[in-house]
Design a protein. Structure first.
Length: 94
């Protein structure tokens, strides 16, 4: 599965056929800066205005995570229990 961010930065599409066709996956409502999938089901997105979401079903549904306010630039999860998020001001959250 691959993901693509559209031009308004809040709508994301996915493909299951190597990019031959794309389907709108989810509209987050805020700019999304980074997507990271731990496996084909578990994934995270982060973005502006404290935007952080998690999926456990390959992106069909997303749950908003409650984090301290910030504009998040990157996300990387190493396991189900260990992940990192960085903000535009250089803060790193574990």
């Amino acid at each position: 599965m691959e993901w693509c961010e559209t031009t308004n930065y809040s709508r994301h599409s996915k493909t299951n056929d190597g990019g031959l066709t794309w389907d709108l996956s989810y509209e987050f409502g805020y700019n999304i800066n980074k997507i990271d999938f731990l496996d084909e089901n578990i994934g995270y997105v982060v973005g502006d205005q404290a935007t952080a979401f998690k999926t456990i079903d390959g992106g069909q549904n997303w749950t908003k995570l409650k984090l301290q306010w910030g504009n998040y630039e990157t996300v990387k999860f190493l396991s189900n229990n260990v992940g990192f998020i960085s903000s535009e001001y250089g803060y790193l959250y574990k």
